[in-house]
Design a protein around this ligand. Structure first.
Ligand code: ADP
Ligand code: ADP
Length: 228
């Protein structure tokens, strides 16, 4: 069943800048999809609409059964709780430990401290950073910081992970580690939508959606992909 469904979605920014034009795309629960294409193609705008940061001008977008265009303000926190967001810059708090950074989203949603502590440690284990739990983020490499961001994004058990160019500043080995960390949660049933320019990562996806000037140019399924 579709977790995310775009039907003829278009989106303009002020000044009549067409960001997304007549996009129809259905993403299944548990699917791993890359959005690719040149800068300005509309990748970030698609991700922002899934998170209800932007809304479609026309067409319908349904996320986890909720139509984004119809969402009332009260529905937004509910939607976002089901989304793990990973951005290019991680905004980790530099004066708190890695563990405290990963616990934060759970404390915000009212998880008891003991439970938040153990779930944060479990998440850090999954991204292979349990040994750095007590370190401060500025002492971690960029690749490690990005894996902390993965742990922080999944710790509230979202059904969807959205990531905007999460490997943009990373070398090959670290880019692979970040994507593999995300893939681990995908294998547990989380739907993942990730924008990337990095062709060497494409084989890790179920599908790659190529955008150009706001439209879907074509869709590829990697030969060595998990479904092929
Ligand atoms: P990508 O993520 O593929 O680089 P974006 O979705 O960021 O593409 O941008 C799509 C188009 O919308 C581009 O032409 C971009 O300049 C424009 N755009 C993005 N955000 C805004 C904004 N807040 N205001 C005006 N134009 C924007
Ligand atoms: P625990 O159940 O003790 O939290 P797990 O090893 O099952 O430990 O999970 C590790 C981390 O992965 C936890 O922080 C959990 O919140 C996170 N997680 C996120 N989404 C899922 C999922 N769909 N299935 C399992 N764990 C998930």
């Amino acid at each position: 069943s579709a977790m995310i469904q775009f039907q003829n979605v278009s989106k303009c920014y002020p000044g009549n800048i067409v960001a997304v034009q007549d996009v129809s795309l259905s993403i299944s629960q548990g699917e791993f999809v890359f959005l690719s294409g040149p800068s300005g193609a509309g990748k970030s705008t698609l991700l922002k609409m899934i998170a209800a940061i932007e809304r479609p001008d026309t067409g319908t977008l349904t996320v986890n059964g909720q139509e984004i265009g119809q969402l009332k303000p009260a529905g937004i926190p509910y939607l976002r709780r089901n989304l793990g967001l990973i951005l290019q810059k991680q905004n980790l708090l530099p004066d708190r430990t890695i563990l405290a950074n990963v616990m934060l989203p759970m404390l915000v949603t009212g998880t008891p401290k003991d439970e938040a502590d153990s779930r944060a440690r479990a998440a850090l284990e999954k991204v292979d950073l349990a040994h750095r739990a007590e370190a401060f983020s500025p002492t971690l490499s960029e690749g490690e910081q990005q894996r902390v961001a993965v742990a922080r994004a999944i710790v509230n058990r979202p059904q969807i992970i959205l990531a905007d160019e999460p490997t943009a500043n990373l070398d090959r080995a670290n880019a692979n580690k970040v994507i593999d960390a995300i893939t681990f949660f995908q294998s547990a049933g989380v739907t993942c939508v990730i924008s990337t320019h990095d062709e060497q990562l494409f084989g890790k996806a179920d599908r790659i959606v190529f955008l150009n000037q706001g439209k879907i140019d074509h869709i590829e399924q990697p030969m060595n992909g998990k479904q092929a």
